[in-house]
Write a new protein. Structure first.
Length: 119
């Protein structure tokens, strides 16, 4: 019933951005109870907490044929909620995996090493 009247609750770790007819209204909505016009406005909530994303372990081969296993963790947080919503297409995508890349895959390095050894 409260949602139909336009009352929205923004939790302590979020900030709200109001869109009216597809355009952003100036200012953010702070945590607490807020009212938006249910017919013309849409409220987007932005999580302001620190988010932890694990990078899956990957193996690499160095020039001297030493195998390395690289494992990492990425920490990030939203500083500006306007830029997080408007300038970034998808802020977080849990299904998408992070990848560390040097431009040359371990297969390419192994292939290059075998070619140099044969010649």
């Amino acid at each position: 019933m409260a949602g139909m009247l336009g009352f929205k609750v923004i939790t302590q770790f979020e900030q709200g951005i109001v869109f009216r007819w597809g355009r952003v209204l100036p200012g953010t909505r702070e945590p607490g109870l807020t009212w938006v016009n249910p017919f013309t406005d849409r409220l987007r909530k932005v999580n302001m907490q620190v988010v932890v994303a694990a990078v899956p372990a990957q193996e690499a081969i160095t020039r001297d044929n030493v195998t390395l296993k690289v494992d990492a963790v990425v920490y990030y947080r939203v500083v500006d909620p306007f830029k997080a919503i408007i300038n970034v297409q998808t802020k977080t995508n849990k299904k998408k995996k992070f990848k560390i890349s040097s431009g040359i895959t371990p297969y390419d390095r192994q292939k290059k090493w075998k070619q140099n050894k044969i010649e």
